[in-house]
Design a protein around this ligand. Structure first.
Ligand SMILES: CC(C)(COP(=O)(O)OP(=O)(O)OC[C@H]1O[C@@H](n2cnc3c(N)ncnc32)[C@H](O)[C@@H]1OP(=O)(O)O)[C@@H](O)C(=O)NCCC(=O)NCCS
Length: 158
């Protein structure tokens, strides 16, 4: 069972645990602290929707962030595109959590009037590549070490 809700500051610790676990598996030095999660995801000024998935014990098992690309954004995207990121607990994969999170983000994207969403994924991240492809994203460009996938909202059936 998975329940998806909008992220609130009290979710920062649980989200940090999920994020830190994924970053460790990538041997990434990116920050994953609760403070970072709060600032970068839950309370980011460009945030459109940040959704959190809970299991039957009310434990955070994943989250997905949807932000608006603004001037000088980190991925050099056109202003107004959506930027999406997803983290699901490594021991909770392939149970539909990513799919449930995306339903919430897609609703948020439509409500915000987005036309396009970018997902920039590590080129060796087969999980991430397969997931976004399954959600309807298609590759539109590559960068050193990364694949950029685009979702065109007008191509999504209502
Ligand atoms: C990528 C990720 C978000 C997928 O989350 P998930 O909860 O496992 O996804 P779901 O169970 O909802 O799967 C949705 C679809 O994605 C695809 N998919 C998911 N895991 C897959 C896998 N291991 N192999 C192939 N396809 C996969 C499938 O098409 C799946 O649909 P199906 O199960 O009906 O065939 C999750 O594995 C994760 O957080 N990985 C680490 C972080 C990451 O890579 N994030 C993305 C880039 S930032």
């Amino acid at each position: 069972m998975v329940v998806v809700k909008d992220a609130v500051p009290a979710d920062a610790n649980g989200m940090s645990i999920v994020l830190t676990e994924v970053l460790l598996s990538w041997a990434s030095k990116r920050p994953g602290s609760p403070e970072h999660v709060l600032e970068h995801y839950i309370q980011h000024p460009d945030g459109i929707r940040c959704s959190v998935a809970f299991d039957e014990n009310n434990k955070v098992i994943g989250f997905q962030s949807l932000k608006m690309a603004t001037a000088g954004n980190q991925f050099d995207l056109p202003i107004g595109w959506g930027i999406i990121g997803t983290y699901v607990s490594l021991d909770a994969g392939r149970r539909g959590i990513g799919r449930a999170l995306f339903a919430a983000s897609l609703a948020g994207a439509k409500a915000a009037g987005l036309s396009n969403i970018d997902a920039t994924i590590g080129e060796t991240n087969n999980l991430g590549l397969g997931y976004y492809e399954a959600m309807g994203f298609r590759t539109y460009q590559t960068k050193p070490g990364a694949v950029c996938k685009q979702l065109v909202l007008s191509e999504i059936p209502n």
